[in-house]
Design a protein around this ligand. Structure first.
Ligand code: GDP
Ligand code: MG
Ligand code: ZN
Length: 309
Protein backbone atom coordinates (compact mmCIF):
# COMPACT_ATOMS: atom_id res chain seq x y z
CA UNK A 1 0.00 0.00 0.00
CA UNK A 2 1.06 3.56 -0.59
CA UNK A 3 0.59 6.62 1.54
CA UNK A 4 2.01 9.91 2.67
CA UNK A 5 3.64 10.55 6.05
CA UNK A 6 1.77 13.29 7.88
CA UNK A 7 3.31 13.01 11.32
CA UNK A 8 6.37 11.47 12.88
CA UNK A 9 7.48 11.03 16.44
CA UNK A 10 10.84 9.52 15.64
CA UNK A 11 9.79 5.90 15.92
CA UNK A 12 6.17 5.97 14.75
CA UNK A 13 4.86 7.48 11.56
CA UNK A 14 1.29 8.42 10.78
CA UNK A 15 0.66 7.45 7.17
CA UNK A 16 -2.45 8.52 5.26
CA UNK A 17 -3.27 6.17 2.42
CA UNK A 18 -4.45 7.29 -0.99
CA UNK A 19 -7.96 6.39 0.18
CA UNK A 20 -7.65 8.63 3.22
CA UNK A 21 -7.15 6.01 5.93
CA UNK A 22 -4.67 6.71 8.71
CA UNK A 23 -2.26 3.93 9.66
CA UNK A 24 0.48 4.18 12.28
CA UNK A 25 3.64 2.65 10.90
CA UNK A 26 7.08 1.70 12.05
CA UNK A 27 10.16 1.44 9.89
CA UNK A 28 11.53 -1.83 8.65
CA UNK A 29 14.82 -2.31 10.52
CA UNK A 30 16.98 -2.20 7.43
CA UNK A 31 15.63 1.17 6.33
CA UNK A 32 16.75 2.82 9.52
CA UNK A 33 20.42 2.20 8.79
CA UNK A 34 20.22 3.43 5.23
CA UNK A 35 19.59 7.05 6.22
CA UNK A 36 23.04 8.51 5.42
CA UNK A 37 23.80 11.73 7.27
CA UNK A 38 20.23 12.35 8.33
CA UNK A 39 19.12 11.52 11.85
CA UNK A 40 15.64 10.70 10.53
CA UNK A 41 15.26 8.56 7.42
CA UNK A 42 11.55 9.39 6.98
CA UNK A 43 10.00 12.84 7.22
CA UNK A 44 6.61 14.46 6.93
CA UNK A 45 5.61 14.63 3.27
CA UNK A 46 7.45 11.44 2.35
CA UNK A 47 5.58 9.07 0.09
CA UNK A 48 6.04 5.54 1.33
CA UNK A 49 5.15 1.96 0.54
CA UNK A 50 4.02 -0.02 3.57
CA UNK A 51 2.37 -3.31 4.54
CA UNK A 52 0.10 -4.11 7.46
CA UNK A 53 1.61 -6.01 10.37
CA UNK A 54 0.14 -9.48 10.83
CA UNK A 55 -2.94 -9.35 13.00
CA UNK A 56 -2.43 -5.70 13.80
CA UNK A 57 -3.81 -2.35 12.79
CA UNK A 58 -0.27 -1.01 12.48
CA UNK A 59 2.01 -1.03 9.48
CA UNK A 60 5.63 -1.43 8.46
CA UNK A 61 7.21 1.06 6.04
CA UNK A 62 9.08 -0.91 3.41
CA UNK A 63 10.15 1.74 0.98
CA UNK A 64 10.49 5.51 0.74
CA UNK A 65 9.72 6.82 -2.73
CA UNK A 66 12.02 9.36 -4.38
CA UNK A 67 11.68 12.85 -2.99
CA UNK A 68 10.90 15.80 -5.23
CA UNK A 69 12.69 17.99 -2.69
CA UNK A 70 13.21 18.26 1.04
CA UNK A 71 14.26 20.76 3.60
CA UNK A 72 16.77 20.08 6.35
CA UNK A 73 18.40 21.61 9.34
CA UNK A 74 21.41 20.66 11.34
CA UNK A 75 20.56 18.09 13.98
CA UNK A 76 22.30 20.26 16.55
CA UNK A 77 24.08 23.56 16.11
CA UNK A 78 27.56 22.17 15.60
CA UNK A 79 26.71 18.76 14.27
CA UNK A 80 27.37 17.54 10.75
CA UNK A 81 24.31 15.35 11.00
CA UNK A 82 21.12 16.68 9.53
CA UNK A 83 17.46 16.42 10.31
CA UNK A 84 15.01 16.27 7.43
CA UNK A 85 12.15 18.59 8.36
CA UNK A 86 9.82 17.82 5.48
CA UNK A 87 9.79 16.42 1.95
CA UNK A 88 7.88 16.91 -1.31
CA UNK A 89 6.98 20.52 -0.65
CA UNK A 90 5.21 22.49 -3.38
CA UNK A 91 5.83 25.87 -1.84
CA UNK A 92 7.17 27.55 1.25
CA UNK A 93 5.03 30.26 2.80
CA UNK A 94 6.83 32.50 5.24
CA UNK A 95 4.60 34.49 7.52
CA UNK A 96 6.14 37.68 8.81
CA UNK A 97 5.14 40.79 10.75
CA UNK A 98 6.74 44.22 10.74
CA UNK A 99 5.95 44.60 14.45
CA UNK A 100 4.73 42.51 17.37
CA UNK A 101 6.94 40.61 16.81
CA UNK A 102 9.25 42.25 14.28
CA UNK A 103 10.56 39.84 11.68
CA UNK A 104 13.97 40.97 10.46
CA UNK A 105 14.79 40.91 6.76
CA UNK A 106 17.85 38.92 7.81
CA UNK A 107 15.57 36.13 8.93
CA UNK A 108 13.43 36.40 5.80
CA UNK A 109 16.45 36.34 3.49
CA UNK A 110 18.05 33.42 5.25
CA UNK A 111 14.81 31.51 4.84
CA UNK A 112 14.55 32.46 1.15
CA UNK A 113 18.13 31.34 0.56
CA UNK A 114 17.25 27.97 2.02
CA UNK A 115 14.23 27.71 -0.28
CA UNK A 116 16.38 28.60 -3.30
CA UNK A 117 18.96 26.01 -2.33
CA UNK A 118 16.31 23.31 -2.24
CA UNK A 119 14.40 24.62 -5.27
CA UNK A 120 11.23 25.28 -3.31
CA UNK A 121 9.17 28.25 -4.57
CA UNK A 122 8.61 30.74 -1.77
CA UNK A 123 6.15 33.50 -1.05
CA UNK A 124 5.85 36.01 1.77
CA UNK A 125 2.77 36.80 3.81
CA UNK A 126 2.80 40.04 5.78
CA UNK A 127 0.29 39.51 8.59
CA UNK A 128 -1.23 41.97 11.08
CA UNK A 129 -2.02 44.48 8.35
CA UNK A 130 -4.52 46.06 10.77
CA UNK A 131 -1.58 47.25 12.89
CA UNK A 132 0.03 49.07 9.96
CA UNK A 133 -1.55 52.48 10.44
CA UNK A 134 1.13 55.17 10.31
CA UNK A 135 2.35 56.51 6.94
CA UNK A 136 5.85 55.37 7.89
CA UNK A 137 4.77 51.78 8.51
CA UNK A 138 2.69 51.74 5.35
CA UNK A 139 5.68 52.94 3.32
CA UNK A 140 7.89 50.30 4.92
CA UNK A 141 5.47 47.51 4.09
CA UNK A 142 5.05 48.84 0.57
CA UNK A 143 8.81 48.98 0.03
CA UNK A 144 9.47 45.44 1.27
CA UNK A 145 6.55 44.07 -0.64
CA UNK A 146 7.69 45.73 -3.86
CA UNK A 147 11.29 44.63 -3.36
CA UNK A 148 10.49 40.96 -2.81
CA UNK A 149 7.91 40.89 -5.59
CA UNK A 150 10.45 42.29 -8.05
CA UNK A 151 12.96 39.62 -7.06
CA UNK A 152 10.31 37.02 -7.78
CA UNK A 153 8.71 36.22 -4.45
CA UNK A 154 4.96 36.83 -4.47
CA UNK A 155 3.83 38.87 -1.46
CA UNK A 156 0.48 39.17 0.22
CA UNK A 157 -0.56 41.49 3.05
CA UNK A 158 -3.27 40.12 5.32
CA UNK A 159 -4.89 40.47 8.68
CA UNK A 160 -5.96 37.25 10.35
CA UNK A 161 -8.04 39.02 12.97
CA UNK A 162 -9.82 41.35 10.51
CA UNK A 163 -9.95 38.66 7.81
CA UNK A 164 -8.44 41.07 5.31
CA UNK A 165 -7.29 39.25 2.14
CA UNK A 166 -7.53 35.90 3.90
CA UNK A 167 -9.47 34.63 0.88
CA UNK A 168 -6.31 35.19 -1.16
CA UNK A 169 -4.33 33.29 1.46
CA UNK A 170 -6.82 30.44 1.09
CA UNK A 171 -6.41 30.46 -2.70
CA UNK A 172 -2.64 30.40 -2.34
CA UNK A 173 -2.77 27.15 -0.35
CA UNK A 174 -5.33 25.42 -2.54
CA UNK A 175 -4.33 21.94 -3.75
CA UNK A 176 -0.72 22.43 -2.75
CA UNK A 177 1.56 21.10 -0.04
CA UNK A 178 2.80 24.23 1.69
CA UNK A 179 5.46 24.54 4.30
CA UNK A 180 4.36 27.21 6.74
CA UNK A 181 7.10 29.11 8.48
CA UNK A 182 7.48 32.16 10.65
CA UNK A 183 8.46 33.24 14.11
CA UNK A 184 6.28 32.35 17.01
CA UNK A 185 3.59 35.03 17.45
CA UNK A 186 3.29 36.21 13.84
CA UNK A 187 -0.17 34.66 13.60
CA UNK A 188 0.31 31.32 11.84
CA UNK A 189 -2.40 29.63 13.89
CA UNK A 190 -4.71 32.63 13.63
CA UNK A 191 -4.33 32.68 9.84
CA UNK A 192 -5.07 28.99 9.50
CA UNK A 193 -8.09 29.38 11.78
CA UNK A 194 -9.29 32.27 9.61
CA UNK A 195 -9.49 30.05 6.54
CA UNK A 196 -10.29 26.78 8.33
CA UNK A 197 -12.48 27.54 11.35
CA UNK A 198 -12.91 23.83 12.07
CA UNK A 199 -9.26 23.53 13.02
CA UNK A 200 -9.43 25.76 16.06
CA UNK A 201 -5.67 25.89 16.48
CA UNK A 202 -4.51 27.44 19.69
CA UNK A 203 -3.81 31.14 19.31
CA UNK A 204 -1.41 32.39 21.93
CA UNK A 205 -0.97 35.83 23.39
CA UNK A 206 2.36 37.22 22.22
CA UNK A 207 3.37 37.93 25.82
CA UNK A 208 3.36 34.21 26.58
CA UNK A 209 5.77 33.41 23.82
CA UNK A 210 9.04 34.47 25.30
CA UNK A 211 9.83 31.11 26.78
CA UNK A 212 11.24 29.74 23.57
CA UNK A 213 12.47 26.26 24.28
CA UNK A 214 14.93 24.37 22.15
CA UNK A 215 12.68 22.48 19.85
CA UNK A 216 15.24 20.02 18.57
CA UNK A 217 13.15 17.00 19.40
CA UNK A 218 9.84 18.23 18.07
CA UNK A 219 8.71 17.24 14.61
CA UNK A 220 6.81 18.83 11.82
CA UNK A 221 3.20 17.86 11.20
CA UNK A 222 1.01 17.97 8.11
CA UNK A 223 -2.65 19.01 8.08
CA UNK A 224 -5.17 18.63 5.33
CA UNK A 225 -7.24 21.70 4.49
CA UNK A 226 -10.74 21.53 3.09
CA UNK A 227 -9.60 23.42 -0.03
CA UNK A 228 -7.53 20.38 -1.00
CA UNK A 229 -4.27 21.83 0.23
CA UNK A 230 -1.96 20.53 2.94
CA UNK A 231 0.06 22.62 5.32
CA UNK A 232 3.20 21.55 7.07
CA UNK A 233 3.60 23.24 10.40
CA UNK A 234 7.17 23.29 11.60
CA UNK A 235 8.32 23.85 15.14
CA UNK A 236 11.76 25.30 15.78
CA UNK A 237 12.40 26.87 12.41
CA UNK A 238 15.16 29.02 13.84
CA UNK A 239 17.74 26.50 12.78
CA UNK A 240 16.57 26.52 9.20
CA UNK A 241 19.38 27.13 6.90
CA UNK A 242 21.96 25.83 4.57
CA UNK A 243 23.93 22.97 5.91
CA UNK A 244 27.00 23.16 3.74
CA UNK A 245 27.77 25.58 0.98
CA UNK A 246 30.78 27.24 -0.57
CA UNK A 247 31.19 31.00 -0.51
CA UNK A 248 30.95 31.41 -4.28
CA UNK A 249 27.70 29.42 -4.35
CA UNK A 250 25.75 31.77 -2.12
CA UNK A 251 24.92 34.34 -4.79
CA UNK A 252 23.08 31.63 -6.72
CA UNK A 253 20.50 31.69 -3.96
CA UNK A 254 19.87 35.42 -4.44
CA UNK A 255 17.96 35.51 -7.75
CA UNK A 256 18.75 39.19 -8.38
CA UNK A 257 22.49 38.50 -7.98
CA UNK A 258 22.42 35.26 -9.92
CA UNK A 259 21.66 37.35 -13.01
CA UNK A 260 25.14 38.82 -12.86
CA UNK A 261 26.92 35.55 -12.27
CA UNK A 262 30.15 35.30 -14.26
CA UNK A 263 30.27 39.00 -14.90
CA UNK A 264 32.81 39.81 -12.19
CA UNK A 265 36.53 40.08 -12.88
CA UNK A 266 37.26 36.90 -10.93
CA UNK A 267 35.44 33.64 -11.55
CA UNK A 268 35.31 32.77 -7.87
CA UNK A 269 34.25 36.27 -6.78
CA UNK A 270 32.33 36.25 -3.51
CA UNK A 271 31.17 39.85 -4.14
CA UNK A 272 32.62 40.97 -0.84
CA UNK A 273 35.78 43.01 -1.40
CA UNK A 274 37.13 41.78 -4.72
CA UNK A 275 37.95 44.42 -7.36
CA UNK A 276 35.93 44.49 -10.56
CA UNK A 277 32.82 43.05 -8.93
CA UNK A 278 29.70 43.42 -11.06
CA UNK A 279 27.37 42.62 -8.17
CA UNK A 280 28.74 45.46 -6.04
CA UNK A 281 28.46 47.75 -9.05
CA UNK A 282 24.77 46.86 -9.39
CA UNK A 283 24.27 47.47 -5.67
CA UNK A 284 25.66 50.99 -6.03
CA UNK A 285 23.46 51.54 -9.07
CA UNK A 286 20.45 50.54 -7.02
CA UNK A 287 19.64 47.50 -9.15
CA UNK A 288 20.31 45.19 -6.23
CA UNK A 289 18.73 46.31 -2.98
CA UNK A 290 21.37 47.36 -0.44
CA UNK A 291 19.49 45.61 2.37
CA UNK A 292 19.52 42.33 0.49
CA UNK A 293 23.22 42.75 -0.23
CA UNK A 294 23.91 43.40 3.46
CA UNK A 295 22.02 40.26 4.39
CA UNK A 296 23.99 38.39 1.73
CA UNK A 297 27.22 39.52 3.40
CA UNK A 298 25.91 38.55 6.83
CA UNK A 299 25.21 35.04 5.63
CA UNK A 300 28.50 34.89 3.72
CA UNK A 301 30.57 35.97 6.69
CA UNK A 302 28.45 34.40 9.42
CA UNK A 303 30.27 31.60 11.12
CA UNK A 304 27.12 29.68 11.94
CA UNK A 305 26.21 28.66 8.43
CA UNK A 306 29.54 28.69 6.59
CA UNK A 307 31.35 25.45 6.10
CA UNK A 308 34.02 25.37 8.77
CA UNK A 309 37.07 24.11 6.90
N1 GDP B 1 -3.66 42.65 15.48
C1 GDP B 1 -3.52 41.41 15.01
N2 GDP B 1 -3.15 40.41 15.83
C2 GDP B 1 -3.03 39.18 15.31
C3 GDP B 1 -3.24 38.90 13.94
N3 GDP B 1 -3.02 37.59 13.73
C4 GDP B 1 -2.68 37.06 14.92
N4 GDP B 1 -2.69 38.02 15.89
C5 GDP B 1 -2.39 37.84 17.32
O1 GDP B 1 -1.03 37.45 17.46
C6 GDP B 1 -0.88 36.54 18.54
C7 GDP B 1 -0.18 35.26 18.07
O2 GDP B 1 -0.99 34.56 17.14
P1 GDP B 1 -0.77 33.01 16.83
O3 GDP B 1 -1.72 32.66 15.75
O4 GDP B 1 -0.83 32.20 18.07
O5 GDP B 1 0.73 33.03 16.30
P2 GDP B 1 1.65 31.78 15.88
O6 GDP B 1 2.61 31.59 17.01
O7 GDP B 1 2.38 32.23 14.66
O8 GDP B 1 0.78 30.61 15.63
C8 GDP B 1 -2.28 36.32 19.09
O9 GDP B 1 -2.46 37.17 20.19
C9 GDP B 1 -3.19 36.71 17.95
O10 GDP B 1 -4.44 37.15 18.37
C10 GDP B 1 -3.62 39.99 13.09
O11 GDP B 1 -3.84 39.87 11.88
N5 GDP B 1 -3.74 41.22 13.69
MG1 MG C 1 0.75 28.72 16.49
ZN1 ZN D 1 31.55 39.84 -7.65
Amino acid sequence: MEGIVTKSTGSWYRVITTKGHAVDCRLRGKLKIAGSKATNPVAVGDKVVFRMEDGNSTGIIEEILDRKNYIIRKATKLSRQTHVIAANIDQAVIIVTLALPRTSTGFIDRFLVTCEAYSIPACIIFNKLDLITTPGDKAKLEELSRMYTLIGYPCLSVSATEKTHTDQFDTLLKNKISLLAGHSGVGKSALINAIEPGFDLKVQAVSKMHKKGRHTTTFAEMFKLSNGGHIIDTPGIKEFGLVNFEAWELCHYFPEMRRFFNQCRYDNCTHYNEPGCRVKEEVSRGNIHIGRYENYLNILLGEDTRRSN
